[in-house]
Design a binder for this molecule. Structure first.
Ligand SMILES: CC(C)(COP(=O)(O)OP(=O)(O)OC[C@H]1O[C@@H](n2cnc3c(N)ncnc32)[C@H](O)[C@@H]1OP(=O)(O)O)[C@@H](O)C(=O)NCCC(=O)NCCS
Length: 160
C-alpha cells in the first residue's frame, strides 16, 4: 500500500536574524539572501518527508511584499503540501518581525518543487502527503494545475 505521511512530518520553522552583511546600503535585506533561506528550508522539509537527498527543480513566483531591516528577524515556515511520484511541492511562508514593537509582516510566500533523488542522482518515489490545515488543503487541491503550468513553462524555456 502507498505510504502516506502527515504534512506535520515535514513542517519546519526557522528564525534568522538580519545582520549587516545580509543587507544593502539602505540596511534592508537582499532578496537573494531570502531566496537562499527559502531554498534551504524547502530542502529540509522535503528531506524530512522523503528521507532522501533532494534537489530544487523549480521555484514559483516570489514577490517581496515588505522589506526586513538590520535587527529584524525573519520567521520561515516550510511544509510539504503535495506530492507527485518523485516530486514534492513545498510551501514556504516568510514573515518579518520587528523585535522592538513585536509587529509581524508578511515578507513573501513561495512554492518550490523539490525532487527526491537516489545515489545515482535519479528521481526516487516519495510517500504522498496528507494536508493538515485549511490553507494546506486548499493548496493541495491546486497542485495539478500548478504542475501543468510549471511543466509548460519548462518546455517553453527549453525551446529558447
Ligand atoms: C529536477 C531533476 C532531478 C528532474 O529530472 P528529470 O530527468 O527531468 O526527471 P523526470 O522528468 O522524471 O522528472 C522527475 C520529477 O521532477 C518533476 N520536474 C522536472 N522538472 C521540473 C521543473 N522544472 N519544475 C517542477 N517539477 C519538475 C517532474 O514533474 C517529475 O515529478 P513527478 O515524478 O512527481 O511526476 C533534474 O532536472 C535535475 O537534476 N535538475 C537540476 C537540479 C539542481 O541541481 N537544482 C539546484 C539548482 S541548480
Amino acid at each position: 500500500m502507498e505510504q502516506q505521511l502527515s504534512a506535520n512530518i515535514s513542517r519546519t520553522i526557522q528564525t534568522k536574524l538580519v545582520l549587516p552583511p545580509d543587507t544593502n546600503h539602505m540596511g534592508t535585506i537582499f532578496g537573494g539572501t531570502v531566496l537562499s533561506y527559502i531554498d534551504e528550508i524547502a530542502a529540509i522539509a522535503a528531506m524530512k518527508h522523503s528521507k532522501k537527498v533532494v534537489v530544487t527543480a523549480s521555484i514559483d513566483n516570489v514577490n517581496f511584499l515588505s522589506s526586513a531591516k538590520v535587527g529584524d528577524i525573519l520567521i520561515l515556515e516550510g511544509v510539504v503540501i503535495s506530492t507527485g511520484r518523485t516530486s514534492m511541492e513545498v510551501y514556504v511562508k516568510v514573515e518579518c518581525q520587528n523585535l522592538e514593537t513585536g509587529n509581524r509582516t508578511l515578507n513573501t510566500t513561495s512554492i518550490l518543487t523539490m525532487v527526491a533523488i537516489d545515489q545515482n542522482g535519479k528521481p526516487f518515489p516519495v510517500p504522498s502527503v496528507i494536508p493538515e490545515t485549511e490553507e494546506e488543503e486548499a493548496l493541495f487541491k491546486g497542485a495539478p494545475l500548478r504542475k501543468e503550468r510549471r511543466l509548460l513553462y519548462k518546455n517553453v524555456n527549453g525551446m529558447v
